[in-house]
Design a protein around this ligand. Structure first.
Ligand code: KIV
Ligand code: ZN
Length: 513
C-alpha cells in the first residue's frame, strides 16, 4: 500500500453500537453499512458475531450484500469466537477477522488473574503471547486479512507490547491495532508510542499499524492524528464519535482534519466526504443519539455564522471565517420540503437521496404513513422522513402492538389511560392512573403486557419545527441486565411516548429469541 494513503476502518456498527444503549437489528445495520459503503470507507467492522445470534445475522447479511468494502468481524482470542466469525464472513467478497487480547498489566492481572494462566505476571504474559499467536493462526484459516488488537496498548508495558506484536506478525497478522482503550493517552505520547513501535518491532514492515482511540479525556481525534503523523496508516473510528463511554475518534473529524490540513499531514484518504452529513444523520436517527448542534463537521451550527462581524466577513469572502466548505461534507444549504402532492416517485427519489433504498412493500408502507403525516403537517421535512422510516421500516418486529390509546388529563384531574393492545397475538385491554399522562399510559401498557422493566431514561424532542411538528420519544429500559432503546413518533407526544415504550419492549423481547 502506498504510504501516502490512510486506510479508514469504521467501527460504528461494533464499538459504536456497543455503547448506544440499544442494539440495532440486522436490517438496520445493513442500511447503515450501505451508507458507509457510499462514504467509501475501506473497512466496515460489522459486529461481534459470537456476541449474539442477531449480531451474527447482521455480519452475515452485510457480507452478502456489500461488496465494495472489506467486512470485518470482531472476536476475542478464542477459537470458538473465531469459528463463529469465520462462518459469518464466509460470503464476503473481502473479509477480515479482528482478534486480540488485553496486553497492559492492569488487563492481564484483572482478566487473567486465575492460576491457570500462570502464577507470576511473567508466566501469564508468556501464556498471553501463546493465546494471541494461536488466535491469529486460527483466524488465518478463514481469511488472509487478520488484524490483531493489543487491547489497552496505551497503558501497556512497552517491552511486552513489542514482543507480542512481533509474535503475532510472525503468526500472520497483517494489521496491528494499537488501541488506547481507556482514552488515557496524550497526543505527543501516543504519537511517540507509534514511532517507538516502528523502531522496536523488528518485523513491523510486514504489517500496517492502526490506531483506535477512545475519547475519555476528549483527545481521541488528536491522538489518532498524532498516530498518523508518526507512521500509523489505518485509523479506526465511528460516525459522530459514538462509542464506549465518551466515545471513539469521530471519523468525520479525523478525515476532515487530514483533508483540510493536507499541508501538514501530506496524506490522503479515499473517503467521499460529501456523504458525511447524510451518514451522520442516519446513524443519529437509528441509534437515537442526537448530534450536538455545535459538533465539529456535522453539527447544525458547524457552518452557521451569527455575529455581525462574521456574517459580514463571510459574505465578502468566505475564507475569512470558513476553513471548509459546507458542501464538502454534504451539509444541506436548504431544507427539502415535501407535501402530500409529492407523489410516490418523488418520495422514493428523496429517500434515495437520503441514503435509504426501500423495496416496493417498504415504500408502500412508508408512502401511506407519509400521506398521513403530510395531511396533518402540510409540509414534510427530511427529518420527518428519516423518523417515519425508522418507525415504519427499521423498528423491531412486534410481539406487542399498541392498537388503541386514550388518555384523559387536565388541571385538577387524575391522569388516566386506557389501552388496547395485541400481546403475542391476543387482544388485551387495560386501564390505569398515573402521575401524569405518559406515566398513566405506561402503567396501562405494563398491565396489558404483564411486563415491568425499569425505565432508565425518557426524553421527547420535536423532530421538526412548527406546531404540527413530529414528536420523537426515546425510552431506555433495563431488562435482565441489558438496556434497550425504543423510539416512537407521532404528532401527539403522548402517543409517541407510548409507541417508544412498546418499541423498547419489542426490542427486549426480540433479543430473548
Ligand atoms: O477499545 C478497544 O480496545 C477495542 C478493541 C476491542 C479493539 O474496542
Ligand atoms: Zn474500542
Amino acid at each position: 500500500m502506498a504510504q501516502d494513503r490512510v486506510i479508514i476502518f469504521d467501527t460504528t456498527l461494533r464499538d459504536g453500537e456497543q455503547a448506544a444503549g440499544t442494539r440495532l437489528g440486522a436490517r438496520e445495520k445493513l442500511e447503515i453499512a450501505r451508507q458507509l459503503a457510499r462514504l467509501k470507507v475501506d473497512i466496515i467492522e460489522a459486529g461481534f458475531p459470537a456476541s449474539s445470534p442477531e449480531d451474527f445475522r447482521a455480519v452475515k447479511l452485510i457480507c452478502e450484500n456489500i461488496k465494495t468494502a472489506t467486512i470485518c468481524g470482531l472476536t476475542r482470542a478464542r477459537v470458538e469466537d473465531i469459528d463463529i466469525c469465520g462462518k459469518a464472513i464466509a460470503k464476503a467478497k473481502r473479509s477480515r477477522i479482528h482478534t486480540g487480547i488485553g496486553v497492559s498489566d492492569i488487563h492481564i492481572r484483572g482478566k487473567f488473574g486465575g492460576a491457570k494462566y500462570g502464577k507470576t505476571i511473567g508466566q501469564k504474559k508468556a501464556n498471553i503471547i501463546k493465546m494471541a499467536v494461536k488466535a491469529v493462526k486460527h483466524s488465518r484459516k478463514y481469511t488472509d486479512d487478520v488484524e490483531f488488537y493489543a487491547e489497552d496498548s496505551g497503558r501497556a508495558n512497552r517491552k511486552f507490547l513489542y514482543e507480542i506484536l512481533e509474535a503475532v506478525i510472525d503468526a500472520g497478522a497483517t494489521t496491528l491495532n494499537i488501541p488506547d482503550t481507556t482514552g488515557y493517552a496524550i497526543p505527543e505520547q501516543f504519537g511517540g508510542l507509534i514511532a517507538d513501535i516502528k523502531a522496536n518491532v523488528p518485523n513491523i514492515d510486514k504489517a500496517i499499524i492502526s490506531v483506535h482511540c477512545h475519547n475519555d479525556l476528549g483527545m481521541a481525534v488528536a491522538n489518532s492524528l498524532a498516530g498518523i503523523k508518526n507512521g500509523a496508516r489505518q485509523i479506526e473510528g465511528t460516525i459522530n464519535g459514538i462509542g464506549e463511554r465518551a466515545g471513539n475518534a469521530a471519523i468525520e473529524e479525523v478525515i476532515m482534519a487530514i483533508k483540510t490540513r493536507k499541508d501538514f499531514f501530506g496524506i490522503e484518504t479515499k473517503i467521499k466526504t460529501e456523504e458525511f452529513f447524510r451518514t451522520s444523520r442516519m446513524v443519529s436517527e437509528m441509534l437515537g443519539m442526537p448530534v450536538p448542534v455545535n459538533k465539529a463537521i456535522v453539527g447544525d451550527n458547524a457552518f452557521a455564522h451569527s455575529s455581525g462581524i462574521h456574517v459580514d466577513g463571510v459574505l465578502k469572502k468566505r475564507e475569512t471565517y470558513e476553513i471548509m466548505k459546507p458542501e464538502d461534507v454534504g451539509s444541506p444549504k436548504t431544507k427539502v420540503v415535501l407535501t402530500a402532492r409529492t407523489g410516490r416517485h418523488g418520495l422514493k427519489h428523496r429517500l434515495e437521496e437520503l441514503g435509504h433504498k426501500l423495496n416496493k412493500k417498504e415504500l408502500d408502507q412508508t408512502y401511506a404513513r407519509f400521506l398521513e403525516i403530510a395531511d396533518k403537517k402540510h409540509e414534510v421535512f427530511d427529518e420527518d422522513l428519516m423518523a417515519i422510516i425508522s418507525d415504519e421500516i427499521y423498528a423491531a418486529k412486534y410481539v406487542f402492538k399498541l392498537d388503541y390509546l386514550h388518555v384523559a388529563c387536565g388541571t385538577g384531574t387524575l391522569p388516566t389511560a386506557s389501552v388496547k393492545m395485541t400481546v403475542r397475538g391476543k387482544e388485551k385491554q387495560a386501564a390505569a392512573c398515573g402521575d401524569g399522562p405518559v406515566d398513566a399510559a405506561y402503567v396501562a401498557i405494563r398491565e396489558a403486557t404483564g411486563l415491568s422493566p425499569k425505565i432508565e431514561n425518557y426524553s421527547i424532542r420535536a423532530v421538526t419545527s412548527g406546531k404540527e411538528a413530529l414528536g420523537e420519544a426515546t425510552v431506555k429500559i433495563r431488562e435482565d441486565g441489558r438496556t434497550f432503546l425504543g423510539r416512537g413518533l407521532s404528532t401527539d407526544i403522548i402517543e409517541a411516548s407510548a409507541k417508544a415504550y412498546v418499541d423498547a419492549l419489542n426490542r427486549a423481547e426480540a433479543s430473548k429469541k
